[in-house]
Write a protein that binds this ligand. Sequence first.
Ligand SMILES: [Zn+2]
Length: 235
Amino acid sequence: MTIALLTKHKYNYPDTRFDNMEIHQIGGLYYDSNIYLLKSEKSLIIDTGTGAHHDNVLKNLRGIMTPEDVDTIILTHRHFDHTGGAESLQSALEAEILVHESAAESLRQGDDVTTAARAFGKSFPKLKVKALKEGDEINCGEMKLEVLHTPGHSICSIALYDRVTKTLFPGDTVYTDGGIGRWDLPTGNYEELVKSIRRLSKMEVTTLYPGHGPFSQNDGNRHIALGLKYAELWG
Ligand SMILES: [Zn+2]
């Protein structure tokens, strides 16, 4: 069976590494983070965008599968461009939201400041979330996503890594082509960011699905190495 990588944008890379697993990008318009759907016998969504394009995201999802069959939403960190859509997606899917333990309370309280919701002219709703910690493993059919705590872009940033397929979802810690996350927002920290990118650069990564911009399906490590080089220039 093949994996169809679809989006309403330009990407459309076929991939055949999984038998029963598909990865789709179902959002990422304007200020939205990339929104990834991992479709398997245990489907999940990684990040939700701002929520401004909720209908569009649901429509994309519906074109692929029954939305209610998605039972988990993972947030790579608390920023509004990744989490603003979480409340409406949660109620549409009746899904559980998982986020790093250091963000859980802020999201439960509806914190406008550290989520940067205020910068978007929004207030953050009180979200029902479950806490994740370093080393947790999330079962997603053929993929087992390991939680790596990678602070720096924000204190609660996580990366999700599947050791078998060498697939990494780094959130906003590192992007393709040398891009790196900013560290000037509340809870951001430059030294931590460099440390986290360095940690990711030591892992074997083939496929890199970052929180914004294009992804790479064959040379993840090269992209992370470029990011590390760029990050170190600021030290
Ligand atoms: Zn962010």
